[in-house]
Structure formats: structure tokens, C-alpha cells
Design a protein around this ligand. Sequence first.
Ligand SMILES: Cc1ncc(COP(=O)(O)O)c(C=O)c1O
Length: 382
Amino acid sequence: MTMDFASRVQRVEPSATLAISNLAAELEADGVDVVDLSVGEPDFDTPQNVKDAGEDALEAGHTGYTSSNGIPELKEAIAAKLDDDGLDHDPENVIVTPGGKQALFEIFMSLIDDGDEVCLLDPAWVSYEAMVKMAGGTLSRVDLSPHDFQLEPALSDLEAAVSDDTELLVVNSPSNPTGAVYSDAALEGVRDLAVEHNITVISDEIYKEITYGVEPTSLGTLDGMADRTITVNGFSKAYAMTGWRLGYFAGPEELIDQAGKLHSHSVSCAVNFVQHAGVEALENTDEAVVEMRDAFEERRDMLADLFADHGVDVPVGDGAFYMMLPVDDDDQAWCEGAIEDAHVATVPGSAFGTPGYARLSYAASKERLREGVERLAEHGYI
Ligand SMILES: Cc1ncc(COP(=O)(O)O)c(C=O)c1O
């Protein structure tokens, strides 16, 4: 029997990041030592107090369903965190999800109808495109690569890319895959266009806690943006909790009502005891977050210096733990070659909409980063 698959799944490809990780895993299974710079997760363990809170919650019997949008304690802690960021959200206007990815999926599915236009700033995280396509949307894209991945100098391109037909714009600052943190002037430019064309904006702030010497502004704090911004965040990156699957979004009440239907009919709720651990993560991890951030910053600087020593100038962002290494035009072939010859795993920029680059994650030890650069140099990849 052959199954007749829905066009919504046939429109998308599997995640390119995962494809490279799988290739790395296969080589490793054959005994090859791969320097894996392809992964988008911190190489730290979840802070002990968060693990303890999860275990305590399990012991205390927090193992059943919770109310669909999340336990009140966590929604309150999230509203307090958003308040620290200058965003005013009632806990009732928060939905707690199994990961930021699910939050984004619910938002796209709630807002995008067949043919609706979504604007992305390229390079853009791989799953936005896939989610938009699954929702039936079309894409308009703005290429930030000629501007060292900054948005401010690309505002005129953004102006050309949006119109009254644009339903949604996605802003991800700090950015995966570039690490760029957009300036206030850039965000104000986004605001002006969003207001002019009545566009809803997703502000994906999942890397907000991981910045180096800058304080990123939350888009929803700008005048005119409160009722048109949906703020997405999660626990994976800031608190090294990728496998716990916990995230959230906050937005206008009408969106929460609509997306809440999707949420309750799909996941029911995020995992009960994980939500309790999330409260601990938000309230008692300042020190651990600073330690991880400092380590990432040192690695970023070291990696940029190592590339500079080899004559390669890599645009360095002020956040997240990624950089985009300029490579051959055929970045796919470059990445495949780098993993096969040099045993260094990276992700092709084309997966993010920007060929000619490879995304490197510096969520790896300094020794491994050094080893990775040496191998790339040895095999003629830089
Ligand atoms: C930009 C961005 N948004 C959202 C996510 C989703 O993360 P999670 O589902 O683990 O919370 C990721 C993960 O890689 C990401 O890089």
C-alpha cells in the first residue's frame, strides 16, 4: 500500500541541522573522532538546583496533566521575567509549551492561512521556513549577509520586502545562526514598518540571556508594538535544558484564545514536573547563567582570533553561540567535504537561506574548537 501524504508535509524538508548531526553520529559510530560544531545546544549540564526541583516535583507527585496553558506558578514567574524585560503581560496571556519550537508552531498555525505572506530576515533559523510552509504561507526574505548580518543597514531592503499583504514578520535577536543582536534603531525601523502595514511580529528571544556586553531590547517594549508583538522564549538555551522541552509565548489575549485551542488539542500541556523545574530555572539560576555566558564569550573571542590567524574574517555577533564562516559558494559541498575529510561538522548556510557560509556553534570546549580550526586549516578548508 502507498500512503497519500498531505501536501503540507511534502512541502518541507527534514531539518538540515539534524541531518548533519546524524552524519556526524554515523561517522562517530564508525570510530571516527568528529569535532561537532553543528549542534545548537549548550554543552553544559542543566544547573543542579533545576534538576533537584524537577526531581522534587516528581517525588511530590506532579505527574498528571496540568491546566493546558501551564501551571499558575510558572505563568506567574514568566510574567515576572517578561516584566523585567519591560514587557507587560498578564500570566493569563502566556502559554507554556513543550519547547520554544512548539510555541512557534502554534503561532504560525494560528495566524497563517494558505497564501499569507511571512517575512524572514536571512539567514534565518531553519524551522521558520518549514513551519510557514506547513501552515500554507508564502515567504518574502531580506538578505542581511551584505551587511555583516546587521538589520539596521538593511532597513530599506526590509521596507521593500513588506507590504499591506504581509501578515507576519519574524525577528530573532540574538540571532541563530549569526549571533547578531539588532540595534534599537533597527528595531524602531521594524516597528515603523509593522505599524504602517499592520503587521504582526514574532520576537523570538530564545537567546536573550546569552549576550556579550549588550542588553538586547525586547521588541514588544517599543511604542506601538505591545498589541502586535508575540514574544517567544524558552529554557533550552539560557538554562541548558534542551531535553526538558520547555518554552512559552506571550501575546495579546485574542491570540492566546485561538492558539490555546491548538495547544490543548495537540499537546494538552507541557510536562508537569518540568514546569516546576522551570520555575526554579527562572527564579534561581542567575549565577549559572552568568558562568555559561562568560564561557561562551571567551570561546567566541578565541574562535574569531583563530580564524583571523588563518586570514579569515568572520563577522562576530554579540549574542547566542554561533558564527557564520564565509566558505565556498557551494556551501553544501563545503560542509560535506569538511565533515568527510577534516571530520568537522558544520551546517550549510543555505539551510538558513544564505548560501556561501557555514554555521559554526561554539557551544564546545576550547580544545575542541582549536582542534576544529586546525583540522579545517590542515585540509585546506580555510
Ligand atoms: C532561534 C530559535 N528559536 C527557537 C528554538 C527552539 O528551541 P526549543 O524548542 O529547544 O525551545 C531554537 C532552537 O534551536 C532556535 O535556535
